[in-house]
Design a protein around this ligand. Structure first.
Ligand code: ZN
Length: 149
């Protein structure tokens, strides 16, 4: 398990250092802002929907390594997916980081499984979930800013 934990740690560190899709989309069809005041994490998400497919996605933000690497990995995971597929991933990810008895097989989540360990640290769960809740809000076109509180 140590090797796997090290690998997961590396994924998080690497995505925090050079986040993917860290950009503002000028032609975004949906945007949402997320805030995790407990840790000071902030994310603005830009989603370009082409029909019901997420054809492009970008984010800008600041905060801890968990929140920013999670946003990086989330954007990579849902790009090219349909809204329904992205929502399914959101629920799988949410279950993985919050429910020890979740039926989600972490391996089915690929690199997103790097965050399975945050379940042991309740304060970090909000950091890992922030990008996903913000995505959920963007896809639902919620008008209110997202807060993890
Ligand atoms: Zn955080």
């Amino acid at each position: 398990m140590t090797d796997l934990s090290d690998l997961y740690q590396q994924i998080i560190v690497e995505h925090n250092r050079s986040p993917r899709n860290f950009k503002r989309l000028d032609d975004a069809t949906r945007t949402a802002a997320g805030d995790n005041p407990l840790c000071g994490d902030k994310i603005t998400l830009y989603v370009k929907l082409d029909g019901d497919v997420i054809s492009d996605i970008g984010f800008q933000g600041s905060g801890c390594a968990i929140s920013q690497s999670s946003a990086s990995l989330m954007t990579g995971a849902v790009k090219g997916k349909t809204v329904v597929e992205a929502e399914r991933l959101f629920h799988s990810f949410h279950a993985m980081v919050t429910d020890a008895h979740a039926m989600t097989d972490p391996m089915s989540l690929g690199k997103l499984a790097a965050f399975a360990g945050v379940r042991q640290f309740p304060s970090r769960v909000k950091c890992a979930n922030l990008a996903w809740h913000t995505l959920h809000a963007a896809l639902a076109a919620a008008a209110e800013p997202v807060s993890t509180e």
